[in-house]
Ligand binder design. Structure first.
Ligand SMILES: Nc1nc2c(c(=O)[nH]1)N[C@H]1C(S)=C(S)[C@@H](COP(=O)(O)O)O[C@H]1N2
Ligand SMILES: [Mo]
Length: 335
């Protein structure tokens, strides 16, 4: 959202073909998924990475694709797909899985969406310690993978709306954050929850020499955190969370702009006062703490009334609270 200023966004909003040299059109991303399907096909035939390296495909796919499946993914594979919760199973058309997996905001790796998935090769997601601290009865630490196996996982289809005016519809796997909060037993003074992402420049190339205030941090009010729509997501499309989507665990708050949905969480802290958030620190007028999806309040640099569906390219109307108003509007009605 920062570096692509006036470039990414003008392209998003007006489809103007002014692009920096590193910009790869989405057509390229779609071609890459053809490469991946070819790779899956070859590995089914017993032709592994070596054959592909010879074919020169490895350079295109990057380290992530060359790496073995992580132990965390292997251990949790039997948990997926989790049962779909019928309450969150509307008839919406799902976004193409391969398009979603190559169109990621994850600035710790890259500011270029279709490069993120290629730069996660060194990112270690197992073991993964999560610290639960602050205003709780008993602070504790738990391995993310242990947590994933402890919690009852379910599948939910949600709309996801980025502040940059693109959107997707995806099935997340996970559990309600409220269930983890109940485990943590916050004290009565706890009114906010703060989340923090890992801090490992050696594993995440976008963090190296960056001016951003990493590690990424976010926050919710306690009632927002306790809302049944708020998820700790552990997977997507019926599989363990790929690194580029925020493995091993991330937040999903579907009625707020995407940047609230912090990835790869290492710390959950309970606080009496409203914490600062990553994008708020960078530009408070553009990315305030609350950040509910609202088509009638334009971003200072573009409109929010419509959004572009990332796989079809369709431009559709943005809904208040991203379509979840019936469930969340009451949180914001001042009496
Ligand atoms: N740690 C971290 N979390 C993050 C981000 C990030 O850069 N770092 N980007 C946010 C933004 S702006 C969006 S739109 C979503 C993108 O999630 P996706 O790649 O799974 O679609 O992640 C959010 N969570
Ligand atoms: Mo975003």
């Amino acid at each position: 959202m920062e570096l692509p200023r006036g470039v990414e966004h003008s392209w998003e909003m007006f489809n103007i073909l002014i692009r920096p040299p590193w910009f790869l059109p989405e057509k390229t991303a779609i071609n890459e998924s053809a490469f991946l399907r070819r790779r899956e096909f070859l590995s089914a035939l017993g032709l592994g990475g070596a054959g592909l390296a010879a074919a020169g495909v490895m350079d295109v796919l990057g380290a992530e694709e060359a790496g073995k499946e992580s132990t965390v993914a292997a251990k949790s594979r039997p948990l997926y797909p989790a049962p779909r919760n019928p309450r969150y199973n509307p008839g919406w058309t799902l976004t193409d899985e391969n398009v979603a997996a190559r169109y990621n905001n994850f600035y710790e790796f890259s500011m270029v969406k279709n490069q993120v998935h290629q730069l996660t090769g060194k990112f270690v997601i197992d073991p993964w310690k999560i610290e639960i601290s602050g205003l709780v009865e008993k602070p504790f630490e738990i391995d993310a993978h242990e947590l994933i196996r402890e919690m009852p996982l379910e599948d939910r289809v949600y709309r996801f709306r980025c502040v940059e005016a693109w959107s997707m519809v995806v099935p997340w796997t996970g559990f309600q954050l409220s269930k983890l909060i109940e485990k943590a037993k916050p004290k009565a003074e706890a009114k906010f929850v703060r989340f923090e992402t890992f801090n490992r420049p050696d594993q995440a190339p976008g963090m190296k020499g960056s001016n951003y205030p990493f590690p990424y941090f976010e926050g919710l009010r306690m009632d927002e955190a306790m809302h049944p729509l708020t998820l700790i997501a552990t997977g997507i499309f019926g599989k363990p969370m790929p690194k580029q989507h925020g493995a091993p665990v991330r937040l999903i708050v579907p009625w707020k702009y995407g940047y609230k949905s912090i990835k790869s969480i290492v710390k959950i802290e309970f606080l009496a006062n409203q914490p600062k958030t990553f994008w708020e620190v960078l530009a408070a007028d553009e990315y305030p703490f609350e950040s509910n999806v609202n088509p009638s309040i334009p971003h200072p640099r573009w409109l929010q009334s419509t959004e572009r569906v990332i796989d079809t390219g369709d431009r559709i109307r943005t809904l208040p609270y991203n379509g979840y108003g019936d469930q969340v509007a009451k949180l914001y009605s001042k009496v």
